[in-house]
Design a protein around this ligand. Structure first.
Ligand SMILES: Cc1cc2nc3c(=O)[nH]c(=O)nc-3n(C[C@H](O)[C@H](O)[C@H](O)COP(=O)(O)OP(=O)(O)OC[C@H]3O[C@@H](n4cnc5c(N)ncnc54)[C@H](O)[C@@H]3O)c2cc1C
Length: 306
């Protein structure tokens, strides 16, 4: 049994903490922002491998995530398996992550301006509910969560898991970490029970129990976390073209999150002096929810493997 400190309480840190506790380790999570204050709570959060690399590892982590979320689906977790449609404006080959979903069906006829598309069932995760559930799971397994802003990774413990997302720019001195700003709008639920995605936008419409998340934007290198009301209107106008049922739906809020992007997800163990080890697990870009369980499994294997 190792004494593990997980730094970061977004979806990645919390999932790692759960898997490590399930493996029998002693785990304490410390984070500057508590779960409902993180980027993770802003995620739409449709299972979808987006803006994360490299393709082979991301496909394997996504496949593991799909199965884990399917097993967790239920009202208490906030996870639902929902059918939806992805559309394209020109003929498009199967997605590079095709092997990560059990079934993907081509749509015979898509309405203009679209020319191609496919449907599949995907996990949709209601993040405020799910992050609360993950936190409760950590506590029920004997772990702890403490608010603490660190200026360096801890060194007096067996293992540190660095799940600090964009914070790794400083804590791991990693200048390749870049924010990709995303704004989402929340509108009232109008009876929508399918998700929709137009990859050219990105435009996505993701139904939840009480509202619908409508996105989005994708601004590389932009750090501003204030929602822009004009952008909200642009997002809604584009989304109504994709999903006409949204016309007239009341806007109930908007939020901005900074995706923690990196040329490749960093998931590796490094020795940090003596018997101490640091497992870096950050840089999940636009797919941190999708990849969370696959990466957490691998982190636990690295820790178990000594
Ligand atoms: C608009 C938008 C929509 C998205 N939609 C989806 C989606 O549909 N599907 C999907 O899979 N993904 C989606 N994502 C991406 C997803 O949100 C991220 O990939 C994911 O949240 C990253 O999780 P994380 O735990 O690595 O980072 P974060 O959630 O940012 O958590 C990082 C943690 O580290 C802590 N930390 C950082 N620095 C320090 C420090 N110095 N000391 C202590 N603690 C520190 C923070 O306080 C925080 O607790 C979306 C993102 C955005 C912005």
């Amino acid at each position: 049994m190792a004494r593990v400190i997980v730094v970061g309480a977004g979806v990645v840190g919390l999932s790692c903490a759960v898997r490590l506790l399930e493996s029998g380790h002693r785990v304490d999570v410390v984070a500057r922002d508590l779960p409902l204050e993180t980027t993770s709570v802003v995620a739409a959060a449709l299972w979808y491998p987006y803006r994360a690399h490299p393709f082979d590892r991301v496909t394997a982590w996504s496949r593991a995530g799909y199965a884990a979320f399917e097993a967790l689906a239920g009202d208490d977790t906030g996870v639902r398996m929902l059918a939806g449609t992805e559309v394209h404006r020109s003929a498009t080959a199967d997605p590079w992550w095709r092997a990560a979903v059990p079934a993907l069906t081509r749509v015979d006829a898509v309405p203009p301006p679209y020319a191609d598309g496919w449907t599949f069932v995907a996990p949709v995760v209601e993040m405020p509910v799910y992050l609360r559930w993950l936190t409760a799971r950590i506590e029920s397994l004997g772990g702890t969560l403490t608010r603490m802003a660190l200026s360096a990774l801890p060194d007096r413990t067996d293992v540190v898991v660095n799940a600090t997302g964009l914070g790794a720019r400083r804590l791991a001195d990693d200048a390749s970490m870049t924010p990709v700003r995303g704004q989402v709008v929340y509108v009232e639920q109008v009876g929508l029970d399918r998700w929709w995605l137009d990859g050219s936008g990105p435009i996505y419409v993701v139904p939840r129990s009480d509202d619908i998340v409508v996105g989005g934007t994708d601004e590389e290198g932009e750090w501003d976390r204030r929602p822009d009301p004009e952008v909200t209107e642009r997002i809604l106008a584009r989304a109504r073209e994709l999903v006409p049922e949204l016309t007239g739906a009341r806007t109930v809020g908007h939020k901005v999150g900074l995706r923690p992007a990196r040329p490749e997800v960093r998931l590796e163990v490094v020795r940090s002096g003596g018997d101490s080890r640091v497992v870096h697990c950050y840089g999940h870009g636009g797919a941190g929810v999708t990849l969370s369980w696959g990466c957490a499994d691998e982190v636990a294997q690295l820790v178990d493997g000594g």
